[in-house]
Write a protein that binds this ligand. Structure first.
Ligand code: COA
Length: 358
């Protein structure tokens, strides 16, 4: 005699494509109890009945298990009463119709970064996630960006000198410098010579607003998605001040405490994806700005003699690929090339940059 709650037979194997197997589902006493459905309450158990042997495949059993469907209560429409995948899905639909209050619970907001981790099963419908928060802002700003006729300009920058300086500084100081403060300061110095890159086009495309402040937006990857807070008045700041502000903004971004004020007034943007990966980007400008740079991963490359002015033997150099995008209504390729060349020279020989710091 088999006790309540015990299985009678258990014959199936765990192969996806295995042949149908017979297995009895848990025996329960026959009684009628109306229970609200939750994760622990299998679909179909609003009426408890004695179970029967179930003929089906392991794949169908898995679908049933994942969706909390009691197979012994599913009408098998296959040969000899075999339960097919469609039968399980039909039971699920019927249950949804019968329990609308339970099943209409809206999906929680899933951050974009987490959306990719949603587990999917062949038998499940796609999940709907409401676009909101940071992602909603991204939809808005990227749609606005479509109105800008972009052109892209890529350049390699040798970062050995900055890397050396940074290593020496970090070894001696309680403060820490990443590559970004150098990139941002060099950008600010180059903007003095090429103020057009720090301008905005009026909405009627009739005039340019030439900004005096170098307010640099920095793209940040946060648990809530991409945010671009602004580092204000970079022209007046030291490398250390830039580093400290960056770190403060990163902390605020990580804890979701950036406010509207942190995002306003940006005149040009830097997006460093290199700490994550990648080399060449196609960054998008956020209006009313007219330029943005995307920085790729700094990589060791072999430089052959005679290339880019190097003499002697082949040597290893640290190269960062920088992808600039400009608004072609305001900037032309030659202006961008000259500007980038100046910015690059500050990074490749930081002495030039340090000499100009206040
Ligand atoms: N190439 C190689 N390594 C890099 C790098 C690059 N371009 N940029 C940074 N790194 C390294 C840093 O040196 C650091 O290593 P270390 O601890 O050994 O010194 C490590 O990566 C972490 O860098 P971090 O201090 O976070 O970098 P940062 O100050 O340069 O950048 C942010 C800060 C906020 C920009 C960065 O964390 C971030 O969020 N990047 C993603 C931006 C993004 O999503 N852009 C895409 C927009 S579409």
């Amino acid at each position: 005699m088999v006790k309540v709650g015990e299985a009678l037979v258990h014959l199936d194997v765990d192969e996806e494509e295995a042949p149908p197997t017979i297995r009895t589902e848990t025996i329960v006493e026959e009684e009628e109890i109306n229970v609200p459905r939750d994760k622990e309450t299998p679909v179909g158990t609003t009426k408890h009945k004695l179970s029967k042997a179930v003929l089906t495949t392991p794949a169908v059993r898995r679908i049933a298990r994942e969706n909390h469907v009691d197979l012994s209560l599913v009408n098998g429409t296959g040969a000899g009463g075999r339960v097919l995948k469609e039968d399980v899905l039909a039971t699920l639909s019927a249950d949804e119709a019968a329990n609308p209050a339970v099943n209409s619970i809206s999906h929680p907001e899933v951050p974009m970064a987490a959306a990719g981790h949603l587990r999917t099963t062949e038998s499940l419908e796609p999940t709907h996630i409401k676009i909101s928060g940071v992602q909603r802002l991204m939809v808005k700003s990227m749609k606005a960006s479509l109105a800008i006729p972009h052109f892209t300009y890529c350049e390699n920058v040798e970062m050995d000198a900055v890397a050396d300086l940074r290593t020496r500084f970090n070894a001696q100081s309680a403060h820490r410098l990443s590559f970004l403060p150098f990139v941002i300061k060099a950008l600010s110095l180059a903007l003095y010579e090429f103020p057009l890159l720090n301008s905005s086009l009026s909405p009627d495309e009739d005039s340019l607003l030439m900004h005096c402040e170098h307010n640099v937006g920095v793209a940040m990857d946060t648990p809530r998605g991409l945010v671009v807070p602004c580092l204000r008045r970079v022209q007046d700041k030291t490398l250390l001040q830039i580093a400290e502000e960056l770190s403060a903004l990163q902390s605020l971004g990580a804890s979701g405490k950036l406010t509207e004020a942190h995002f306003s007034g940006t005149t040009i943007t830097v997006s460093n994806i290199g700490n994550i990966g990648g080399t060449v980007l196609s960054p998008r400008i956020t209006p009313p700005q007219v330029a943005i740079v995307g920085l790729g991963r700094i990589q060791n490359q072999v430089q052959l003699p005679g290339v880019e002015g190097s003499a002697g033997s082949a040597k290893a150099v640290k190269v960062m690929s920088a992808s600039w995008a400009g608004d072609h209504r305001v900037l032309d390729g030659a202006t961008m090339a000259r500007f980038v060349s100046l910015w690059k020279s500050h990074l490749e020989d930081p002495l030039l940059m340090l000499a100009q710091l206040k």
